[in-house]
Design a protein around this ligand. Structure first.
Ligand SMILES: O=C(O)CC[C@@H]1NC(=O)NC1=O
Ligand SMILES: [Fe+3]
Length: 411
């Protein structure tokens, strides 16, 4: 990335999202912030700008609001094809069973991903990523999980790594070979887990293609015992773990994740108090995915009151995937987290900044703080709660990555 000179942003209200400030959102009105070499070197009230920053290249933000660049900590952004046909069939009365018998569901995306070239996967994922970026996202997590054999899982993760080479985004990759059992292993989940925990994860680790390991712990997917085997292997390889847990039923996945000090447990609609306590003790982040809850017309919301009671950090993400959450707006997730899950606007914004960073194990971003990355998003709002209040549309009017403006609309 080009090293930037010193830049000053002024005429701006800063929402620092720092956990040291007692002001809501860590708000600094009439603020200013200075970046040098891609990192924040100063922030505060404009009246207090140190003299040595007076000659920095200055940008006026027109009295708008600035947050840390948004972090989408859970996506399945790389995949072939889409699932629009089955979406329509459902609305025309077909059942999930009929759709599955007709070859729909996750395995239809697996087939489409296996036949797609890396170039085709890259092109379609980049189009989706562009939508997230124009909505203020500067860091995104991307999972595998639609290849389900060694070559295609590697293909997916190599595409995600190439996307991370772009100057305007940071990508964290996650191996999700334990997403579903592929057709060639029908009826042999255990045999498939042998492959996932053996040759597949070894090949991924040999090429350093994954920053973390994930699994779908669910009665229709993999058991806690099978996930435990995978997490033991991840631990041997020094890879952190995260887990799709308690989405459709309570399998004890959150407590299992906590036993492995997982970065996060995700979905959590069926999470119980024992699981919350275990997550709190382990420092595991709760990643809430309102897009899947909404798309599946789920009726059981995650136990937000319990997560608050035990001070479990809550992150919010798109879960962008073609089946259960074809979502391309993290801002809409901020709104759904408040409207559907009853998070306060400040909790929802924390979910896509400081807590999103924590769910990825990243301490260098997610807050406006000296020493952290100069990743910023600018918003056309007059009150921070508008980011939760507004439904749809795009309030993001500028994006800065590593101190360099990468997207801006006239304002
Ligand atoms: O339907 C798909 O393609 C993915 C479904 C998605 N994967 C998962 O682990 N949980 C989900 O809701
Ligand atoms: Fe997911």
């Amino acid at each position: 990335r080009p090293m930037t000179g010193m830049t000053l942003w002024k005429d701006v209200t800063l929402l620092t999202m720092r956990d040291t400030d007692d002001a809501p959102y860590g708000m600094i009105a009439d603020g200013a912030i200075v970046a040098d070499g891609g990192h924040i070197v100063w922030l505060g009230q404009a009246q207090d700008i140190p003299e040595n920053y007076e000659d920095a290249h200055a940008i006026s933000c027109g009295g708008k609001f600035m947050t840390p660049g948004l972090i989408d900590c859970h996506t399945h952004l790389v995949y072939g094809g889409n699932r629009v046909a089955e979406f329509e069939q459902r609305l025309l009365g077909a059942s999930y069973e009929e759709i599955a018998r007709a070859g729909g569901g996750i395995l239809s995306t697996v087939r489409a991903t296996r036949v797609a070239s890396a170039e085709e996967l890259l092109a379609s994922a980049r189009r989706r990523l562009g939508q997230l970026q124009r909505g203020g996202v500067t860091t995104v997590e991307i999972k595998s999980g639609y290849g389900l054999d060694v070559d295609n899982e590697l293909k997916m993760l190599r595409v995600a790594r190439i996307m991370g080479g772009q100057d305007d985004i940071d990508v964290r990759t996650t191996f999700l070979g334990a997403h579903a059992t592929p057709a060639e292993f029908t009826g042999d989940r255990e045999g498939y887990m042998d492959l996932v925990c053996g040759a597949m994860l070894d090949a991924v680790a040999d090429e350093n293609l994954a920053d973390a390991v994930d699994a779908f712990c669910e009665n229709i997917a993999f058991s806690p015992e099978q996930v435990g085997r995978l997490f033991d292997r991840a631990r041997e390889l020094g890879l952190p773990v995260k887990l799709h847990a308690e989405q459709l039923s309570n399998s004890g996945g959150a407590a299992l994740a906590a036993r492995y000090k997982a970065l996060s447990a995700d979905h959590l609609e069926c999470l119980d108090e024992a699981g919350v306590r275990a997550m709190a003790a382990a420092g595991t982040v709760a990643v809430l995915l309102p897009g899947a809850f909404y798309t599946l017309r789920d009726e059981r919301v995650p136990p937000v009151d319990l997560l608050r009671k035990y001070n479990v950090p809550m992150a919010i993400a798109t879960d962008s995937n073609p089946g259960s959450s074809p979502v391309l707006s993290l801002s809409l997730m901020i709104n759904m987290a408040s409207t559907l899950f009853r998070l306060s606007p400040e909790e929802a914004l924390l979910g896509v900044t400081r807590h999103g960073a924590r769910a990825l194990g990243l301490a260098d971003r997610g807050q406006l703080e000296v020493g952290l990355k100069a990743d910023f998003a600018l918003w056309d709002i007059a009150h921070p709660a508008e980011l939760s209040y507004q439904v749809g549309g795009n309030l993001c009017i500028g994006v800065v990555k590593d101190g360099v403006t990468v997207a801006v609309s006239p304002f």
